[in-house]
Design a protein around this ligand. Structure first.
Ligand code: HAM
Length: 421
């Protein structure tokens, strides 16, 4: 029986890896351009790190196990908790604000479907220690710029504020989390049941109407009227946020008071971006402001961040027909006959040494089969190394796109390979 890959995991061949890598490079470059620096944390952590506050959305989905020393370990389901742990142990000595990003695979034991996997890749960014309005605006601006840089245009970005809902739900944190999960999943029968259990049945109508509010800043006033007794602080904050985003060139943001998020640690602004082209699993990014450091016994410091699902942003880019670069081999070297093997390898070494990507026949094929292979792997030039040409200090170079063939010196070939688009 052939061994199959585990459910919810993926193999990516060269044609799939090329656009994935291209998108990842753009996301990394964008984060660096915004002054974020890369950090790396372990792929597995102590289980407690995630059970403390990530919420059932994550905790029930953990890949958790005991290691050989009997310790409870979990594969990371996300980056945020690890970054906060790292912040408390070391990063807090760095000058503030701390702006960091990471890219890596994360693991969630979910029911797999298109766009929802058990192992997937995230680009995660966090700002720790900046005043909330400044940090939140910068993080939202980075998310928008990531999409612009990749070339994904058809997106819906929605900004909300979980703090207002939390202030409205004056119940112990565990009960609050249950209500918020019902709202996040738009599971209204479960919401009714939960509210009735807590004797809060009279909040049902306000909550149901509240999470349906989305649009321009006018929905913030309507939201404030629905959540009686909580004041307007969070709504005023979102108005100020929209004002500051304008100075970043980001206009006309959509507010969505129904953005609740599946993770339990958010306390302030929350935001999500969807690609309507992706079907059910359309959220390409999620994030917001949170307070994990205090929860882990640290200082009260503002924290905000987001994560892009790399799989999904690549799918969104492909659905929109965004051209993503596919690196091509520059030169495929074909020695004509056994006597030319050493000369062929000499040519190969010179090309590779000059930072031109080059490959050579490893199969002992004849020239015509080698040309077929060079075309099949989409090489740009076939470099035919023959006896007569070698004596004249040249090689025959066939441009595999135009079909044109020319003799040239190796130096000339290197220049051509580096300058031909
Ligand atoms: P999240 O919303 O759980 O947030 O995940 C972020 C993104 O990862 C989602 O928007 C989605 O694109 C992608 N994603 C989630 N689950 C899957 C899956 N099973 N398969 C494929 N892609 C998936 C977080 O992880 C937070 N840590 C973000 C954050 C950082 N908040 C503050 N800082």
């Amino acid at each position: 029986m052939p061994i199959e890959r585990p459910r919810g995991t993926n193999d990516y061949g060269p044609d799939e890896m090329a656009p994935r890598r291209a998108v990842e490079v753009i996301l990394r470059e964008t984060a660096e351009r915004f002054g974020f620096r890369e950090v790396s944390t372990p792929t597995f952590e102590h289980l407690d790190l995630f059970t403390t506050k990530s919420g059932p959305g994550i905790v029930e989905e953990l890949y958790a196990f005991k290691d050989k020393g009997g310790r409870d370990i979990a594969l990371r389901p996300e980056f945020t908790a690890s970054i906060v742990r790292f912040y408390l142990s070391e990063l807090r000595n760095l000058p503030k604000p701390i702006k960091v990003y990471s890219v890596g695979n994360v693991f969630r034991y979910e029911e797999p479907q298109k766009g929802r996997y058990r192992e997937f890749r995230q680009l995660n960014a966090e700002i720790i220690g900046a005043p909330p309005l400044h940090g939140d605006t910068e993080i939202i601006a980075l998310a928008f710029e990531c999409l612009r840089a990749v070339g994904v245009r058809e997106v819906h970005a929605r900004i909300g504020h979980i703090g207002m809902l939390r202030s409205f739900l004056k119940v112990p944190p565990a009960d609050q989390a249950k209500i918020l999960h019902c709202l996040d999943r738009r599971n209204f029968p479960a919401l009714r049941e939960e509210l009735q259990r807590l004797g809060l049945g009279d909040l049902e109508e306000a909550l149901t109407k509240y999470v349906a509010l989305h649009g321009g800043s006018e929905v913030l006033d309507r939201g404030a009227k629905l959540l009686k007794g909580v004041g307007t602080e969070g709504f005023d904050y979102l108005k100020a946020l929209a004002g500051r985003l304008k100075a970043y060139g980001i206009e006309g943001v959509t507010f969505d008071l129904g953005v609740v998020r599946g993770l339990d640690y958010y306390t302030g602004m929350v935001f999500e971006i969807d690609s309507p082209n992706l079907g059910a699993e359309k959220q390409v990014m999620g994030g917001g402001a949170y307070t994990l450091a205090e929860l882990f016994g640290g200082d009260a410091v503002p924290q905000t961040g987001f994560a892009f699902g790399l799989d999904r942003i690549v799918m969104a880019a492909i659905a929109e027909g965004v051209p993503l670069s596919k690196p091509r081999l520059d030169c495929y070297v074909i020695p004509i006959g056994d006597g030319l093997q050493s000369k062929g390898l000499e040519v190969l070494r010179s090309l590779r040494g000059a930072a031109v990507s080059a490959d050579i026949d490893l199969m002992g094929r004849g020239p015509s089969k080698n040309l077929d292979y060079a075309n099949a792997i989409r090489a740009r030039f076939a470099v035919l190394v023959g006896e007569a040409e070698s004596k004249r200090g040249v090689v025959a170079v066939k441009n595999l796109d135009s079909g044109e063939q020319k003799e040239m010196s190796l130096d000339a070939l290197i220049t051509v390979a580096k300058t031909t688009p």
